[in-house]
Unconditional design. Structure first.
Length: 105
């Protein structure tokens, strides 16, 4: 079970603590804007996401990792490190690139 954060215990906060500032820009080379997701009640949520969608290289890599994961296509030996390596070398840019691979016989 994952605990839910309900409130801040201000008495335990250090006196010199400063409020956390969510980033306004993605750290990727595109520096696209970051937005906070809304909760079901319309309030600002805790999660922030890059607005770059699949133009953001970090989102592309995560999408490829999800595609190659055991929950999806499940290719033996194709893990996160391999996906990152293949992406950085320009060999894989989208899921279709994985499907077009030819294996050595």
């Amino acid at each position: 079970m994952i605990p839910q954060v309900v409130d801040v215990v201000l008495e335990k906060r250090p006196r010199n603590a400063r409020p956390y500032q969510f980033p306004k820009r993605c750290p990727c080379p595109l520096h696209t804007g970051v937005v906070r997701e809304e909760t079901a009640t319309g309030e600002e949520g805790a999660r922030a996401r890059c607005t770059g969608e699949f133009a953001c290289p970090y989102q592309k890599i995560e999408h490829l990792k999800l595609f190659a994961s055991r929950r999806a296509i499940d290719i033996d030996g194709l893990g996160e490190k391999q996906i990152e390596f293949f992406f950085e070398n320009g060999w894989v840019k989208e899921p279709a690139d994985i499907l077009r691979w030819k294996h050595a016989t």
